[in-house]
Design a protein around this ligand. Structure first.
Ligand code: SF4
Length: 336
């Protein structure tokens, strides 16, 4: 690991200044905030990340879960994944989030990983972690050895000719269907970013993954309340039952009225370069009786733009089945 300067922020405002004021911050991502450290320290040891300055923020009081004035939930940036998954308000009101969190990583990692850290974990593949391999995300313009390499865990949706890595987070897929808002403190004050705008497509700049600027610090995430009668759930398909990324996953928010779909939100993980919302498939189902035929047709539409490669073409059908199963599980006997 290369030498770096460790700084301890005195407050959120101080953290923003430390994050933005370093001379090297203007030249690139050479300042990093240290949250749970489960990704950052790992990548620093591999010499993939080599910040000149690391700013500690774990002691700033950003670790509370509170009921929001609108009846939703406010989740501090430093809330641990395990604490969030087991919070009674999350388990009862947002089961899709609890289930997604508990399907991610291992118990030990969930005890350290934070809400903001999970949001910001790198969209990456195995080649990103190996400095000897070409990777446009790690070294812009160097190429992408994954294109002709090992594809099993790589994306089919939202890819570009420069990067096909899939976003590895389970939590992010749940947050997409919960329509979370990311609250950020920055040099010019605070702002909110809808999660739909938070994770960027790789396009020709895969090294830029979010709209955050130097000094921007995530302070908390808010979840709007869900209307009464809304149910939600998460289904993750993977090579082994624990400590494994999704081959395909599906987060669903569903509200039925007399067997018809009043509202449905479909999120996909493991198959896209960012947490994916299958909007067109949702539109097909709203207002319609929830039948197996309708769900199957919507699942096909959700994957119609997939760009498969030899090693991951099987995930088109896997993702379709994941969607069908996830919706069917939630609908139960109301499936017509
Ligand atoms: Fe890098 Fe993306 Fe290519 Fe993986 S898929 S090697 S992260 S550019």
């Amino acid at each position: 690991m290369r030498p770096f300067e460790l700084r301890r922020a005195a407050s959120v405002d101080d953290a923003v200044l430390l994050g933005a004021s370093s001379p090297t911050a203007q030249q690139g991502a050479t300042v990093r905030y240290l949250a749970g450290g489960t990704t950052l320290l790992d990548l620093m040891k591999l010499d993939v990340e080599h910040p000149a300055h690391v700013v500690q923020i774990g002691h700033l009081g950003l670790d509370r879960i509170e009921t929001a004035p609108d009846g939703g939930l406010s989740i501090g940036a430093m809330v641990r994944n395990s604490d969030l998954a087991h919070d009674e308000r999350v388990r009862r009101g947002y089961p899709v989030l609890s289930q997604a969190l508990l399907s991610g990583a291992s118990g030990q990692l969930r005890n350290m990983a934070t809400t903001a850290g999970n949001l910001l974990q790198r969209t990456r593949c195995v080649y990103f972690r190996d400095p000897h391999m070409a990777c446009n995300k790690r070294a812009p313009g160097s190429g992408c050895d994954a294109m002709e390499g090992y594809h099993r865990n790589l994306a089919l949706l939202g890819t570009s000719e420069h990067c096909i890595a899939s976003n590895p987070s389970d939590m992010n897929v749940a947050l997409v269907v919960l329509e979370a808002r990311i609250h950020v403190a920055g040099l010019h004050g605070g702002r909110q970013i809808p999660i739909a705008n938070f994770h960027l497509l790789p396009r020709d700049t895969p090294h830029i993954e979010t709209p955050l600027a130097a000094g921007d610090l995530i302070t908390h995430v808010t979840l709007p309340p869900l209307p009464p009668g809304t149910r939600s759930g998460y289904l993750k398909l993977r090579d082994r039952a624990s400590f494994e990324f999704a081959l395909a996953s599906c987060a669903i928010v569903l509200r039925l009225d007399g067997g018809k779909v009043e509202e449905i939100r479909i999120g996909l993980g493991g198959v896209a370069t960012r947490p994916w919302r299958a909007v067109q498939a949702e539109h097909m189902l709203v207002g319609q009786p929830l039948t197996m035929a309708a769900i199957t047709a919507a699942a096909a539409v959700a994957m119609q733009d997939a760009v498969p490669r030899p090693g991951n073409a099987f995930k088109v059908e896997l993702a379709r089945r994941c969607i069908v199963e996830a919706i069917g599980n939630l609908a139960g006997e109301e499936l017509q």
